[in-house]
Design a binder for this molecule. Structure first.
Ligand SMILES: *[C@@H]1O[C@H](CO)[C@@H](O)[C@H](O)[C@H]1NC(C)=O
Ligand SMILES: *[C@@H]1O[C@H](CO)[C@@H](O)[C@H](O)[C@H]1NC(C)=O
Ligand SMILES: *[C@@H]1O[C@H](CO)[C@@H](O)[C@H](O)[C@H]1NC(C)=O
Ligand SMILES: *[C@@H]1O[C@H](CO)[C@@H](O)[C@H](O)[C@H]1NC(C)=O
Ligand SMILES: CC(=O)N[C@H]1CO[C@H](CO)[C@@H](O)[C@@H]1O
Ligand SMILES: CC(=O)N[C@H]1CO[C@H](CO)[C@@H](O)[C@@H]1O
Length: 400
């Protein structure tokens, strides 16, 4: 009886396994290769990291092509003349595939002709968070080896962009560190906080890890890191809970908010806003104020953009002894619909010393992303801003 039962259970398990492998082994009609999906580690937690690299291309964005580590990358659809985006997920408590992977892959391939490689380290990322953290170095080494193979194929380091989510952001940092900070770009999406907030820059994502490092903070009050880790750190809606959708922000967002990084100062914190509903995006402008003469105290100027129906504000802070301050201003209509701007100088009066009663300088604004032929427009004279007074200017712009 017991033997019988065991045999039945075995048969059922075998059928289940066959069914699941049949599903995983579907073939993509266009490319002719087998489609491979993420692993699931909920009951078979092994002792190996079992990293899988899944390649997605423009012609088959739904079919992951397993890149075999030993075979090299030649015999697959990888196109070495295109840019490469490598996606690294984070801690997976339940050992399941991240629900956002497909959406992110599709969003990237929809907007650009690139190679997308999703790193599946489900096995190492599950169980307890501290043990996932302990697996990070080994994982980073294996991703580095893959990148070395890509470089050997003639891929340029600058064409590699790593997108790391949560714990994956620090993995991306480590990978970049192993490549001497010479890879093109790292985007940390909500870089993980626990065990990293007090870590040294070598251990966590930091601006030295790639030529351009950006981080988008969306959960800094919980699992996310609170400190800036990139050349630019976006604290979306203050970096804490998000309007409408409190978890993950759509890849639409980061592509469209794309800042032309080289023209911005190093290591700035940027707070960026989203609307509570899809597509979450707002428009961004870079606003600048140049002082006619530097001051020995911090200068704050409140900038407000008005359209026929909207009003958006940001505060420019110019550090003491510096000539210029800039800031990202988020507005819900395109810059061309902004028809008025007001500037208000906020003096820093302390009871033992009064600040100057006015400042003189120049105001400029440019829509983001900055075009290569920079489209900054400035109000064409030296403005005098009396303290605590809104000074209003027409912006004679129009939509093309
Ligand atoms: C690789 O991408 C380039 C640029 O899009 C394209 O011209 C070329 O045909 C692609 N190569 C292959 C083998 O698909
Ligand atoms: C504005 O200020 C700058 C710096 O002091 C000066 O060089 C320039 O001549 C001024 N322009 C006008 C129109 O007053
Ligand atoms: C704003 O209002 C003015 C005057 O009513 C109108 O001419 C203009 O077309 C409006 N602009 C937009 C973007 O709606
Ligand atoms: C800037 O460059 C874009 C694309 O290269 C072009 O379409 C546009 O006309 C240029 N604008 C100016 C002001 O030169
Ligand atoms: C899959 C894997 O290698 N997991 C390891 C992650 O790190 C913990 C702690 O060192 C190990 O116990 C796991 O075996
Ligand atoms: C994508 C690709 O080029 N696949 C080839 C890999 O190698 C096998 C056997 O050599 C070919 O049959 C595939 O077409």
């Amino acid at each position: 009886m017991v033997e019988d039962l065991k045999r039945k259970v075995l048969i059922v398990l075998t059928v289940l396994l066959l069914l699941s492998s049949a599903q995983a082994g579907s073939t993509d009609r266009l490319s002719g290769h087998q489609c491979t999906d993420f692993q699931t580690a909920n009951f078979l937690r092994g002792s190996k990291l079992k990293v899988q690299f899944l390649l997605f291309t423009h012609s088959s964005p739904s079919c992951g092509e397993l890149i075999l580590a030993d075979d090299g990358i030649k015999n697959c659809s990888f196109n070495s003349s295109l840019e490469t985006k490598i996606i690294i997920h984070g801690f997976r408590a339940l050992g399941t595939k991240p629900s956002w992977i497909e959406g992110l892959v599709h969003a990237i391939l929809h907007s650009s002709q690139v190679n997308v490689i999703a790193v599946d380290w489900i096995y190492g990322s599950t169980a307890a968070y501290p043990s996932a953290v302990e697996n990070v170095t080994l994982l980073a080494l294996s991703i580095s080896q893959l990148i070395s193979k890509l470089l050997a194929l003639g891929v340029s380091g600058t064409s590699i962009h790593i997108i790391g989510v949560s714990l994956g952001a620090h993995v991306a940092g480590l990978v970049g560190h192993f490549h001497g900070g010479q890879l093109g770009r790292i985007t940390g999406l909500d870089p993980a906080g626990p065990k990293y907030t007090r870590a040294s820059p070598e251990e966590r994502l930091d601006p030295g890890d790639a030529l351009f490092v950006e981080a988008i903070h969306t959960d800094a009050d919980n699992f996310g890191i609170r400190i800036p880790v990139g050349h630019i750190d976006y604290f979306v809606n203050g970096g804490r809970d998000q309007p409408g959708c409190p978890r993950f922000i759509s890849a639409g967002l980061q592509e469209q908010a794309g800042v032309n990084m080289r023209k911005l100062p190093k290591e700035v914190k940027v707070y960026l806003m989203t609307s509570p509903s899809a597509p979450f995006c707002v428009h961004h402008s870079l606003v600048e104020f140049h002082l006619q003469k530097t001051r020995n105290t911090v200068t704050s100027i409140e900038i407000t953009f008005f359209s026929n129906s909207t009003k958006d504000t940001a505060k420019i802070t110019i550090p003491k002894h510096q000539e210029m301050g800039k800031r990202l201003l988020a507005h819900s209509v395109p810059l061309c619909q902004i028809n008025r701007v007001t500037l208000k100088y906020l003096p820093k009066s302390q009871f033992w010393r009064k600040d100057e009663s006015f400042i003189v300088g120049k105001f400029c604004a440019a829509p983001l992303p900055l075009a290569s032929n920079r489209t900054t427009s400035c109000l064409p004279w030296n403005l005098t801003l009396p303290s605590k007074t809104d000074i209003s200017y027409e912006l004679p712009t129009a939509c093309a």
